[in-house]
Design a protein around this ligand. Structure first.
Ligand code: PCA
Length: 323
């Protein structure tokens, strides 16, 4: 690891000193190679390499193999690596704006998620920039739905069930449902279920498929409650140290990746639900009682989020609602 870091720092020093030298960029990402976000990033890296004639050569280190998910943001900020990807809501403790995409039923369709991203992007960029990070693009996961070991009609049946959470909002939602949350990284999901730490989760059909949810859950309830995003960002001094041509190439590839990623995500939703069903899971729509309970919880969580996020948060919500 030490040697790898020394090499990463050397590559970074080279980038900062010259726009022409060939730079090898290590890019840590949290999710597995089979996940569409990672596949999109691999194409982004290919396009940057081609457009810069190889002067920016990005190597993707997926599944937390170079840095664990929780360390990726700081590793880019400190210049250990120039570029990285994380789940945006992971940073909600730093600023509430990072969590606005994880509130149940605030923006549950792709159109609404896009409008919410447009409304929140300037603030996300500003908060990142204050830390020396430049946003390149963000892409949502498909809608978040429930994975359980039994059918559930009445939300009261969820009480006391252990639950795999992946950010503060999923933890809060579980608490409001009377469930018992534990945060677990995507790569550790199968182990967390097989060792009995958790018995249910809410995530996308994509993560359901990549973690083979049919091995340890049986029921998929298609709530599609929100579309949390992953974001790709770069160390700002690396970014400003690039030649104009390199910066343009990076921006163009980022815009293409954003567009492609949203399309991939939307296409995945149905194919991955079908894959869950194909693998033997019982796929159903939420009962009226469950949908109503989740929607109440969503309202509670919007109120809680606004109390935290203050005027800046209100401005994001107003912009989203076109007020
Ligand atoms: N997959 C990631 C984040 C949201 C999603 O759909 C996970 O479950 O960790």
């Amino acid at each position: 690891m030490k040697l790898r870091l020394a090499m990463a720092s050397a590559a970074l020093a080279l980038t900062a000193s010259s726009g022409f030298a060939q730079s090898d960029w290590d890019m840590p990402t949290p999710y597995a190679d089979s996940v569409f976000h990672t596949q999109n990033i691999t194409r982004f890296a290919d396009e940057v390499r081609e457009a810069t004639d190889g002067s920016i050569n990005i190597t993707v280190h997926s599944a937390g193999s170079l840095f664990a998910h929780g360390q990726i943001k700081d590793s880019v900020r400190r210049g250990l690596v120039p570029i990285g990807e994380i789940l945006m809501s992971q940073l909600v403790n730093e600023d509430p704006v990072f969590g606005v995409d994880s509130i149940p039923f605030l923006a549950a369709s792709y159109d609404d998620a896009e409008a919410l991203w447009e409304a929140s992007r300037p603030r996300v960029e500003e908060v990142l920039e204050a830390q020396g990070l430049t946003l390149l693009y963000a892409v949502p996961w498909p809608g978040q739905s429930l994975f359980l070991r039994q059918p559930v009609e009445d939300p009261a049946e969820l009480q006391g069930i252990s639950f795999r959470a992946y950010n503060n909002a999923t933890e809060r939602m579980a608490e409001l449902l009377g469930m018992i949350p534990t945060q677990v990284e995507a790569g550790d999901i199968p182990t967390a279920f097989s060792t009995g730490r958790v018995a249910s989760m809410i995530t996308s059909p994509s993560t359901g498929v990549s973690s083979q949810a049919w091995d340890y859950t049986s029921h998929y309830i298609d709530t599609q409650a929100w579309l949390p995003k992953n974001m790709v960002f770069i160390n700002s001094s690396v970014y400003t140290g690039l030649s104009d041509g390199e910066r343009d190439a990076l921006r163009t590839a980022a815009e293409a990746a954003e567009q492609r990623g949203w399309e991939m995500s939307q296409l995945e939703t149905d194919t991955q639900i079908a894959a869950l069903e194909e693998a033997g899971m019982v796929v159903s729509q939420p009962s009226e009682a469950l949908a109503a309970r989740l929607s109440d919880i969503g309202e509670t969580m919007v109120t809680e989020w606004l109390a935290e996020a203050g005027e800046e948060g209100q401005a994001v919500i107003d912009a989203f609602r076109g007020e």
